[in-house]
Design a protein around this ligand. Structure first.
Ligand code: NI
Length: 176
């Protein structure tokens, strides 16, 4: 288990398409997931995708009880999601502030679909199938975007709502 270096925006590996996991028995999968949790814990993030630590596989983790980065967000169950598929349940969008460990020190207001269904697998190969909304839906859309080479600024429409976290939210515990 180890804390890994998080790739930052500008690194071409963050723009690549991640490949599906095909071998759930590969012990390397559990090592990857442990490394991702260690790295997420170290940085106080609410989610992390494998490509952010340079591994081009469709694995994301997310979840928190209480986030210092997002103090107003409702809790999201701790989840390991492999080979995710997202189905939009509504065309309706919400605007909300996002940051990203690969875009340190910055936040932007990003439109996301309000309600989604996500399906995929846990590390034991069991099916995960949930319909969620609001911040939970936002986190999943953000993390799964990392698997298709998208970072949150690429989803923004209004760049007057983009800036440094310490300027926008001086009261927040600052990003690493
Ligand atoms: Ni991110």
């Amino acid at each position: 288990m180890s804390v890994c270096t998080i790739l930052r925006m500008g690194d071409a590996r963050l723009l690549a398409l991640a490949q599906p996991v095909t071998d759930f028995a590969d012990p390397g999968l559990n090592v990857l997931i442990d490394d991702m949790f260690d790295t997420m814990a170290e940085t106080g993030g609410v989610g992390l995708a494998a490509p952010q630590i340079g591994v081009g596989l469709q694995v994301v983790i997310f979840g928190f009880e209480k986030s210092e980065r997002y103090p107003d967000a409702e809790p999201v169950p701790q989840t390991i999601l492999i080979n995710p598929v997202i189905t939009l349940m509504t065309e309706e969008e919400d605007l909300g502030w996002e940051g990203c460990l690969s875009v340190p020190g910055l936040r932007g207001e990003v439109p996301r679909h309000k309600q989604i269904r996500y399906q995929g697998f846990d590390p034991q190969g069991h099916v995960i199938d949930r319909t969620v909304e609001k911040f939970h839906a936002r986190v999943v859309q953000h993390e799964c975007d990392h698997l298709i080479g998208k970072l949150f600024p690429m989803r923004m429409r209004d760049f007057t709502r983009f800036g440094f976290t310490d300027v926008l939210f001086p009261e927040l515990k600052q990003d690493p």
